[in-house]
Design a binder for this molecule. Structure first.
Ligand SMILES: *Cc1c(COP(=O)(O)O)cnc(C)c1O
Length: 231
């Protein structure tokens, strides 16, 4: 039987490579995170067989079930991309995510740090920055970013490696470009102040090519790989 997602993955990979070349970047600098929320373990398995290694989930319980079914390790890495509540911090650390993309407050950072210490772990993470005023969007406001970065220096068990952000939805994806550029500028500012932030997690199905042109190192793509999700 034909792999139901391999053709989609081919198309996304080609678009990633083309966008990288347009920006004078190497395609290998960009990690494709396949957003597998609501997607069955069978289909995730098919995506693995087609060569994908990184998967993104936005609910802790759903992620725990999938990690149990499919494992976690060098061949299959899990990313947490949803809003994280402090009461789920212990479960989030325990689940074994490669990268948590969504730290957005000092309180959440501190609770995750305490849980990681308790569980004897070191957790890689990103800070989610609020790029748009839409109430549905999470993230630390720009004004709070540097306080959170400074706090991360004393969080011995959490390694902050970059920034994540979501622009508002525009029918013309091109209009998201200034928001991606803004996130990149914030990273550059942080690097000037001595924070080593290698990663920018930005871009989804609708706008990942523009995000890559603006410096994304991780793109989070669901629909273009797995098809539309039931609402
Ligand atoms: C669902 C989701 C995505 C993927 O969205 P698509 O439009 O299906 O590619 C990316 N990032 C986050 C945070 C999401 O919740």
């Amino acid at each position: 039987m034909q792999n139901p997602v391999s053709e989609n993955i081919e198309i996304v990979r080609r678009k990633i490579a083309d966008a990288a070349r347009r920006a004078g970047r190497k395609p290998e600098e960009i990690t494709l995170v396949a957003v597998s929320k609501t997607v069955s373990p069978e289909l995730i398995r098919a995506a693995r067989e087609a060569g994908l290694t990184d998967f993104g989930e936005n609910r802790i319980q759903e992620a725990e079930a999938k990690i149990k079914a499919l494992g976690a390790g060098p061949g299959i890495r899990w990313h947490f991309i949803g809003h994280l509540q402090t009461n789920k911090a212990g479960a989030a650390i325990g689940a074994g995510f490669e990268l948590i993309h969504t730290i957005d407050s000092v309180k959440l950072l501190d609770v995750l740090d305490a849980q990681a210490q308790k569980q004897g772990k070191s957790q890689r993470a990103l800070i989610e920055v609020k790029l748009s005023a839409e109430p549905s969007k999470h993230g630390v406001p720009e004004e709070g970013l540097f306080e959170l970065l400074r706090a991360s220096e004393r969080a011995a068990h959490i390694r902050i490696e970059g920034l994540m952000g979501m622009p508002p939805y525009f029918p013309e994806a091109e209009r998201a470009r200034p928001f991606f550029a803004r996130l990149r500028a914030l990273r550059e500012k942080a690097e000037k102040e001595g924070f080593g932030l290698a990663h920018l997690s930005m871009g989804m199905t609708h706008d990942f090519e523009i995000a890559i042109e603006e410096g994304a190192t991780l793109v989070r793509v669901g629909t273009a790989i797995f098809g539309g999700r039931a609402k």
